[in-house]
Write a protein that binds this ligand. Structure first.
Ligand SMILES: NC(=O)c1ccc[n+]([C@@H]2O[C@H](COP(=O)([O-])OP(=O)(O)OC[C@H]3O[C@@H](n4cnc5c(N)ncnc54)[C@H](O)[C@@H]3O)[C@@H](O)[C@H]2O)c1
Length: 363
């Protein structure tokens, strides 16, 4: 079996800390090139992961032109995802890219068209799908034990973990606040468990309640109040074509006892389930039943499993483990929440229905 040759674009925190341990578990693969706009970061990465000095770049266009490359793994700040993804797809490379794949549906559609043309795997790095609890809940939902899901409650709520780097709080680089940064995780997970129904109407709002001056101490340190140009709280209400509804809340700063509440509660006609606890509630023969769906799959950390799934899809010619059609629905909802907040109106996505169609290949 020929070695999979991988190029890295954006060699920062998530790449080193989460993706690289995943690549270690992929047999017969080699990191052959690295690009980071900050040269010392690219050089340090090359040294640590054995990339030859003549394959270290600061421009992703040079990296995607490297001979013999099979795939790229992208971990740049959000606004630099699109040019890197498109350049790689145009060269016929497979792509895994950090979330959010892009911060507008226009960009996701361009990627979708490019991936269709190249026929390669384009995967959004929605690692939370590979958590043990998520996998167990998905099996439970797929068995029909939940029944028809008519409502979902999605939380991505942090007490005081605001990522203070400019690349997260400056809208020009991040393209959004907690809605895009962490709402994307919980929303993707909830939709995935629901089987990706078509969103048709969205209302929502974004606010800055604390990030401009309130004294909630930053758990990850301070941030530049003047540069802060995104929301610190977002909420949305979503209607789906099948009649189901969803409430979404995302925040980096607020008064709550939990440091972090990343969760999805799905209400089905046979049972309700809660991710990540695995708690479920139902009725059997008139008796109220509470229980727990156990995570006993013995999976590796979710970021590692996602990299393994990406490599496996490439090797076996399988569909993307996180198809772009699904990501299009996720980003359409998040984009509409922000748009609704700006206009004060409900956003109708029904006209986009054909573009938002669920992928026939099951993710
Ligand atoms: N899935 C998760 O759990 C998770 C966690 C954190 C971050 N992320 C995502 O990962 C991405 C990166 O976040 P991070 O925390 O690693 O940030 P980071 O700042 O630690 O790393 C980003 C790296 O990209 C480099 N870079 C910036 N612009 C570039 C460009 N145009 N071309 C090449 N390199 C460029 C930077 O120099 C930096 O080294 C973001 O999209 C973020 O949303 C995902």
């Amino acid at each position: 079996m020929a070695k999979l040759k991988i190029g890295i674009i954006g060699a920062g925190g998530i790449m080193r800390g989460a993706h690289m341990p995943g690549w270690k578990h992929v047999p017969d693969c080699e990191i052959v090139a690295v690009c980071d706009s900050h040269l010392p970061t690219a050089e340090a990465f090359a040294k640590d992961f054995g990339v030859p000095a003549d394959r270290v770049f600061t421009d992703h266009r040079k990296l995607v032109a490297v001979d013999g490359l099979d795939a790229v793994d992208i971990g740049t700040p959000n606004q630099f995802h699109t040019p890197a993804v498109l350049a790689a797809l145009e060269k016929g490379l497979h792509v895994i890219c950090e979330k959010p794949l892009a911060v507008t549906t226009d960009e996701v559609r361009r990627m979708q068209a490019a991936a269709k043309k190249s026929g390669t795997v384009l995967m959004t790095a929605q690692n939370m799908r590979w958590g043990g609890s998520a996998q167990a809940l998905r099996k439970f939902a797929d068995s029909g034990a939940l029944g028809e899901v008519y409502h979902a409650r999605i939380h991505a709520m942090r007490r005081n973990w605001l990522p203070g780097k400019a690349t997260f709080i400056d809208h020009a680089v991040s393209g959004g606040g907690p809605c895009m940064d962490i709402g994307v995780h919980a929303l993707d997970l909830g939709l995935w468990l629901m089987g990706f129904p078509d969103p048709v109407r969205v209302s929502g709002t974004t606010m800055v309640n604390f990030a401009k001056g309130h004294d909630i101490p930053g758990g990850w340190g301070e941030w530049d109040r003047k540069l802060f140009s995104v929301e610190d709280f977002a909420s949305g209400f979503i209607h789906f074509a099948n009649g189901a509804t969803m409430v979404l809340e995302a925040s980096w700063l607020q008064h709550q006892q939990e440091s972090e509440d990343f969760s999805a509660r799905l209400f089905g006609k046979k049972a309700s389930v809660h991710w990540p606890s695995g708690d479920y509630a139902s009725v059997i023969n008139g008796a109220l039943v509470d229980g727990k769906i156990r995570d006993d799959a013995g999976l590796k950390p979710s970021h590692q499993e996602e990299i393994i799934a990406f490599a496996d899809a490439i090797r076996k010619g399988k569909a993307s483990p996180v198809p772009v059609e699904q990501t299009l629905k996720v980003i359409a909802i998040l984009e509409a929440i922000v748009q609704s907040g700006k206009t004060g109106k409900e956003i109708v996505l029904a006209t986009e229905k054909s573009a938002l169609k669920t992928s026939k290949k099951k993710g």
